[in-house]
Design a protein around this ligand. Sequence first.
Ligand SMILES: C[S@@+](CC[C@H](N)C(=O)[O-])C[C@H]1O[C@@H](n2cnc3c(N)ncnc32)[C@H](O)[C@@H]1O
Length: 207
Amino acid sequence: MSTKRQLAQQLGVVVGFDNPQADLEQYRTPPAVASHLIHLADLNDDLDGRTVIDLGCGTGMLALGAALRGATRVVGVDLDPDPLETARENRRRVGTNTAVSWLRADATQVPLCPDDPVTVVMNPPFGAQAGNEHADRTFLRTALDIADVSYSIHNAGSVDFVEAFAGDNGGTVTAAYRSSFDLPRQFEFHDADSQEIDVELFRIEWI
Ligand SMILES: C[S@@+](CC[C@H](N)C(=O)[O-])C[C@H]1O[C@@H](n2cnc3c(N)ncnc32)[C@H](O)[C@@H]1O
């Protein structure tokens, strides 16, 4: 197994969004945060022998991390076709042999029902933009419908919400971590060159 740091280096070639859409909260998950999440999934034996589905895959960062770490097959789902094209190119950059498919679909009503056990990985929209509130709740609902385990990134202060959602839906939060990352300025309403975002990572078992 590569180290977490080596995985982050491999994911460093993943390029970001060409034309990021603020309403879809499109930003590339930093390689260090993605490698933390995928390393955790690997240590928990949640990749090998499983279909890994990345909900809101964007540039493919999490999907490709799972592919590099031995997932049996990987599906990346995004509403927007442009990042899916970028994800396809990123797959070539990363150079994995794992079967990876890119699916244009609404992750809140995902048309997938694989036979193999499913692990969901995701950095969903947090619902930070007006009109998009609770976007992460609808993504969690998909995770509980299609997966028996999920790894997700949420904004800081989500622990009560995530634990309550899991508890109300037969799930258990088995691990929770704090992290943070710098987002480069990419939308007009960002004042600074970069903004530090505090986030929380969760592992949830749905059965
Ligand atoms: C925070 S970004 C994460 C991107 C990805 N993990 C990465 O590192 O590039 C959220 C992603 O969710 C996608 N998205 C937003 N709403 C969606 C929906 N209803 N169905 C599918 N994808 C959606 C956006 O297009 C965006 O790519």
